[in-house]
Design a protein around this ligand. Structure first.
Ligand code: FES
Length: 190
């Protein structure tokens, strides 16, 4: 059974938002729906979406590749995305990456045995002045991540504490917030 077979009403509502000859414009909402409901978009789903909007699975995959939000493989409950672009690298993202792979025992594309964590290296998240930056799922970034902050973050998530609560109790969180505000006040954002 296709993912959209029992969602005809929803599909009709989405397509009604676009001119009949512009069905391809509905590609993003369809992708988002699969990602939200299934946690990733595999090739079968790409083909299904392609057929619905009148394009190819390759084009769907191409669109997905622009957005780190879309996953082609199953992810863990906490999908940790680490920025690997230059500013974050210079600020120490390699050490974070090392800590994560060692501690979790997984590589990108893998999920921990308990289904809790998965990892992904991503390109610039657009917050270079607060690097190293990581993002968990679709939540607001965790910034200026040191090894100590990362370990505290993982400990909180291992206990399934809400991310917001975990963030508030990270070491030096107050100082980090202040530094960010000062930098932004000085026009230091990159
Ligand atoms: S380089 Fe990491 S957010 Fe830009």
């Amino acid at each position: 059974m296709g993912f959209f077979d029992d969602k005809q009403e929803w599909l009709a509502e989405v397509f009604a938002q676009y001119p009949a000859d512009r069905r391809r414009s509905a590609l993003m909402p369809l992708l988002r729906r699969v990602q939200q409901d299934e946690g990733y978009v595999d090739f079968e789903r790409m083909k299904e979406i392609a057929e619905l909007v009148g394009t190819t699975a390759t084009e769907v995959a191409g669109v997905m590749s622009f957005y780190s939000y879309y996953q082609g493989l199953p992810t863990g409950k906490y999908h940790i995305q680490v920025c690997r672009t230059l500013s974050c690298k210079l600020a120490g993202s390699d050490e974070l990456w090392h800590t994560l792979t060692e501690r979790l025992g997984i590589l990108p594309g893998e999920v921990t045995e308990d289904g809790r964590f998965s990892l992904q290296a991503v390109e610039c998240l657009g917050s270079c002045h607060t690097g190293p930056v990581i993002q968990i799922n679709d939540e607001p970034y965790v910034e200026r991540v040191t090894k100590a902050r990362l370990e505290a973050l993982l400990e909180g998530l291992e206990q399934d504490k809400p991310l917001e609560e975990v963030r508030r109790t990270l070491p030096d969180e107050e100082k980090m917030g202040k530094a960010t505000i000062e930098l932004e006040g000085e026009g230091g954002a990159s």
